[in-house]
Write a protein that binds this ligand. Structure first.
Ligand SMILES: [Fe+2]
Ligand SMILES: [Fe+2]
Length: 213
């Protein structure tokens, strides 16, 4: 995206207000991660002609509850009346995404379902991701401050084929969770399956044989 357009997005009053909140609450490395996600997400929004204003807010707010302790996340979820599934009850790293969406709505008056959905699914993914969901999910995994080698690979793929980047992200996440021997949220499996299906369908339309499913 042209630098001036990006600068305009960053200077919007709502974006400035959110940035001040994040800077005062998040640890410096987490704040730097958010700004890096914002940068990649805005570039991807330009590449895929998505709504860059919505992407900007979703990226800025995606980890806005990340300063909370596990206990505070559970308390916040209860205070917002969020019904947790069994995976979210066991895994606070999934919980921060759901609470961040609720906080974005309650504290920053964000009501756009597209923005709130992208924040909510940015960690686990889902089987029916919108363009905005996909951009934030991929930007969060692949921003250049991430230290794992897969982030660079996904970032490269992201500018060529966003659906494949979502597929690769969910594949890496599943492989990582299998290595750790922990539960995997069904939404992550659904993100993997649905994007593999999309890739196979587009390959079939191009006349090539289907990949194994
Ligand atoms: Fe996150
Ligand atoms: Fe993040």
């Amino acid at each position: 995206m042209a630098t001036s357009k990006k600068t305009d997005l960053l200077a919007q009053p709502k974006a400035v207000e959110i940035e001040q909140y994040l800077r005062s609450r998040l640890k410096p490395y987490r704040y730097a991660h958010v700004l890096s996600v914002q940068d990649v997400a805005i570039d991807l929004a330009e590449r895929y002609k998505a709504n860059s204003q919505k992407i900007n807010l979703a990226a800025l707010l995606h980890d806005c509850a990340k300063w909370m302790s596990d206990l505070e996340l559970y308390e916040a979820a209860a205070s917002y009346g969020i019904q947790l599934d069994e995976f979210e009850r066991q895994n606070p790293s999934l919980l921060h995404a759901i609470v961040s969406a609720a906080l974005a709505a309650a504290h920053f008056d964000v009501s756009d379902p597209e923005i709130l959905s992208a924040i909510r699914v940015h960690t686990a993914g889902s089987g029916a991701m919108t363009l905005t969901d996909k951009i934030l999910y991929v930007a969060d995994f692949s921003e250049p401050k991430r230290l794992h080698a897969e982030s660079d690979l996904v970032r490269e793929v992201a500018y060529q084929d966003l659906t494949r980047a979502v597929f690769e992200t969910s594949r890496y996440k599943i492989a990582h969770l299998l290595t750790k021997g922990v539960v995997i949220h069904p939404n992550t499996i659904a993100a993997y399956n649905s994007t593999l299906r999309e890739i196979n369908e587009s390959t079939a339309h191009a006349g090539a044989p289907l990949a194994a499913s």
